[in-house]
Design a protein around this ligand. Structure first.
Ligand code: UD1
Length: 449
């Protein structure tokens, strides 16, 4: 139960949502309080894709004219990215309709050594963008969620193939080329980040670059479409071979709208099933959701797919069936939905398996789920979930962005009250999370200490 003092501090209205407060040690001192048990019902709109926006804002730093970008989510990671780009000298402002005006022509430096570079992952796309723009770039090592080691050797391999020298010293990555020339690059690992970074750098290289064994995620296609709208010549994005014909000048002066966030959409779809609710998720590209929709149907969840909507519904007393999952690069099951899906498996009937194939250490949140009553055993990269658990509220923490979202889902399905701390990690990637959840009936409030 909350004390009267806590109740006084609850921000009921989502209008009050602001960045979480951070204490001197960098620890987030805000939390969510959730009272579980409500069926989620109604409609929810998905925001622009976080990961596409990070790539597109970086790619905009390559342009030779201004551009306008629509559907940029108002989330902490993106706001940090915009701050970094402003520190490079780019002019960026939000217009009254929410569109972002970006003019990179005023960039004065190729050094992104602003402290916040270290706090997000997507900042590494500035390596590709500044290398393409100025033949040099120097940035702090990027940060982001901790899933174990997150190597960037494939990015470096790509830059070197384009003719750049790469050094890493004093926590900075430096890339430098006399001039960039197109090359054949075979990625040893299917990497979203390396595919986007090399694609961006290659846009202004002389001649043609071919990236083989490229990743195929929807946001890679989105970054390629953005670059083409601004004057580049990128073909094949969405397949495993991408061809980039170098274009010396990108006139830009055009508007681009970012695709919907596949992971945000999936989080609401899973929340609907978990609470045996009836929710229609709007403004999405249903094709991007197929890896999830197919598996949810296998578990007995009903779905209705429209042009840009998916309705997810279950009868109040309906049982979910157990299922086995494997995370894979797109079009496989996305690793960024792994923690949220594991929560659904906790309440399904029977034993399920979740195999994490992308990251070496993405099960840290399982201990929190166990605190809430889940029965899960982790063996290497596989979590074995006993199922049929009645989750109970507890005090848990958001260990990273998607693990934090999973805790919210667990709280919605649990009896009693759940407190989630360190919610700044969740708000890095979900726009108006509390507001949207409340609109479909979740009993969730945000508390600022
Ligand atoms: C992006 C997403 C992240 C998501 C991941 C996989 C952003 C900002 N982040 O991360 O949310 O979980 O895709 O869908 O878009 N690898 C290497 N060498 C490299 C690069 C990657 O070995 O140079 C390995 C990684 O250790 C990992 C795998 O490749 O095992 C996939 O990583 P990658 O696709 O690059 O992930 P990110 O782009 O960092």
């Amino acid at each position: 139960m909350q004390t009267q003092e806590q109740l006084n501090r609850i921000q009921i209205g989502p209008e009050t949502l602001s960045l979480p407060q951070i204490d001197k040690r960098g620890t987030n001192v805000s939390s969510y309080i959730i009272r579980g048990g409500n069926r989620l019902l109604g409609d929810v709109k998905v925001s622009g894709s976080k990961n596409a926006a990070l790539g597109i804002i970086s790619a905009a730093m390559l342009l030779d004219g201004p551009c306008w970008v629509d559907n940029v989510p108002d989330i902490a990671d993106l706001n940090v990215m915009l701050e970094i780009c402003r520190a490079l000298g780019a002019q960026i402002k939000r217009e009254s309709d929410g569109t972002l005006y970006i003019n990179p022509c005023t960039i004065t430096t190729c050094e992104a050594t602003y402290d916040k570079v270290r706090s997000i992952r997507g900042s590494y796309y500035l390596l590709g963008a500044l290398l393409g723009r100025m033949n040099r770039a120097s940035i702090y090592m990027p940060g982001g969620c901790n899933f174990g080691t997150r190597p960037i050797d494939q990015h470096m391999k790509g830059f070197e193939s384009l003719g750049a020298s790469v050094t890493i010293e004093y926590g900075k990555i430096n890339v430098e080329a006399e001039h960039l020339r197109g090359e054949h690059i075979f990625l040893d690992v299917v990497s979203v980040g390396a595919t986007i970074n090399i694609m961006i750098a290659a846009v202004k290289a002389e001649g043609t670059t071919v990236i083989e064994n490229a990743a195929r995620e929807p946001h890679i296609v989105d970054v390629a479409n953005f670059l083409n709208t601004m004057g580049a010549n990128v073909r094949g994005a969405g397949t495993d071979v991408i061809r980039i014909s170098g274009t010396p000048v990108l006139e830009a002066n055009a508007t681009y709208s970012i695709i919907p966030d596949q992971i945000e959409a999936g989080t609401y779809m899973l929340a609907a099933a978990l609470t045996r609710g009836d929710v229609t998720v709007h403004d999405i590209i249903p094709k991007h959701m197929e890896p999830l929709t197919a598996k949810m149907e296998e578990m007995g969840v009903k779905t209705e797919v429209g042009d840009d909507t998916i309705r997810v519904y279950m009868e109040p007393d309906q049982q979910l069936r157990a299922a086995n999952f494997k995370t894979m690069p797109y079009p496989g099951f996305p690793t960024d939905l792994q923690p949220q899906t594991t929560v659904l498996l906790c309440v399904a009937e029977g034993s399920s398996k979740m195999l994490e194939n992308v990251w070496e250490n993405r099960f840290q949140y399982i201990d929190d789920l166990k605190t809430m009553g889940a029965e899960i055993m982790v063996a290497g990269h596989t979590a074995i979930i006993a199922g049929s658990s009645q989750l109970t509220g507890a005090k848990v923490m958001a260990r990273d962005l998607r693990a934090g979202a999973a805790m919210v889902l667990a709280g919605l399905a649990a009896t009693g009250e759940t407190e989630i701390t360190d919610i700044g990690k969740i708000e890095r990637g979900y726009e108006n999370f509390v507001k949207k959840m409340r609109m479909i009936g979740a009993d969730i409030a945000r508390i600022v200490e």
